[in-house]
Design a protein around this ligand. Structure first.
Ligand SMILES: N[C@@H](CCC(=O)N[C@@H](CS)C(=O)NCC(=O)O)C(=O)O
Length: 335
């Protein structure tokens, strides 16, 4: 019998739908199990951390954390590959995935828990997912409790009144730049999905389900909305493109969002942790952005830097990264 997997996840968890889309794309046999009160004991038997997604095999092996899950399954299920052949593009794809997990998650979380309409919508959906058989009146009470708890966590991603505008502008600019890029191709790197698509579409799909950012999709970014939806169950339509044809519309996104915001922020976050600070402030596009440092991000930046250091021929990659203002942040030592 071939191996079979269970994915414990949640519809409102970007990292869970990212892994589910990956399993669907690869045709890996799996069941999707929304984590509910009823299967919590089973979840806890395998989970080392109280986080979804959790993948469990029929042999009892378990995996957590979406990026290492995908990396490991990519070695077991290499076809169709989600890694462009050109090592420069493979690294750019990993860099965009990192941006998605660590930065795009800020605008996803911010919109979901900042405005009243989004708080209500998300809290009800979360409550219903966790307690599918509960009475409506109980769902309202659970939703109210979840809403209060999640709103208090806005600060963890750096969302507060002084950063609200920067976070929202980043989202709007992302929609605008990706809209141009996706007018000419179905996926970020051409006619088949790459790792970057799984990471970024997962965050943007969540925004698309929330009422306030949904309006912005409707006004500004129908192609991005169609891509994010299609990425829930994607199929390859052709080949990856070369940098020559991607550059005109992908470089502006790398420059603005990754070189201009994400990497300076991630670098400052890593330095703040090294210095044992409880809060740090970094100037992003001329304005201070303040938050408490986040340990997980420093670890994943170190992994990205190791990946960059391991690439032997950096000719094309360095020319892309330098033009996009990213290269200086990828050296081993924090600046
Ligand atoms: N780095 C992890 C992040 C996973 C994560 O933060 N999951 C959130 C949901 S999106 C979670 O499980 N939060 C606690 C909870 O929902 O109980 C990954 O990529 O899988």
């Amino acid at each position: 019998m071939s191996d079979h997997y269970q994915i414990f996840g949640a519809e409102l968890s970007p990292y869970s739908v990212k892994v589910r889309a990956y399993f669907r794309y690869k045709g890996i046999p799996h069941d999707w199990l929304p984590r509910t009160d009823e299967n919590m004991a089973e979840f806890q038997k395998f989970a080392k951390l109280p986080l979804v997604p959790l993948v469990v095999s029929n042999h009892g092996d378990a995996w957590q954390d979406s990026t290492p899950i995908i990396e490991e399954f990519e070695t077991m299920f290499p076809d169709p590959s989600i890694i462009p052949d050109d090592p420069a593009l493979a690294f750019i794809s990993a860099l965009i995935e990192e941006y998605a997990d660590e930065w795009a998650n800020k605008y996803m979380f911010h919109y979901r828990w900042w405005y009243d309409a989004d708080q209500q919508s998300a809290a009800r959906r979360l409550a219903r997912d966790a307690r599918p058989h509960a009475a409506d009146i109980d769902i309202e009470a659970i939703a109210q409790m979840l809403r209060e708890r999640m709103v208090q966590r806005l600060g963890f991603v750096g969302s507060h009144s002084a950063t609200k505008e920067q976070i929202e502008s980043s989202f709007i600019r992302t929609l605008k730049l990706l809209e141009k890029h996706l007018t000419h191709r179905p996926f970020l790197f051409g006619e088949r999905p790459a790792l970057a698509d799984f990471g970024l579409a997962a965050q943007l799909y969540q925004c698309w389900t929330d009422p306030t950012p949904r309006k912005l999709f409707d006004q500004k970014a129908p192609n991005v909305a169609a891509w994010a939806e299609q990425m829930q169950d994607p199929s390859a339509e052709g080949a990856f493109e070369d940098w020559d044809s991607l550059e005109a519309t992908l470089l502006p996104f790398l420059q603005a969002e990754i070189g201009g915001l994400f990497l300076p922020w991630s670098n400052a976050n890593a330095i703040a942790l090294e210095q044992g600070k409880e809060e740090f402030s970094v100037r992003l596009e001329g304005k201070p952005f303040k938050q408490a440092p986040q340990k997980y991000h420093a670890r994943s930046l170190a992994i990205l830097r190791e990946g960059y250091a391991g690439i032997s021929d950096k000719g094309l990659l360095d020319s892309i990264l330098t033009t996009a203002d990213c290269q200086k942040f990828l050296r081993q030592q924090p600046l």
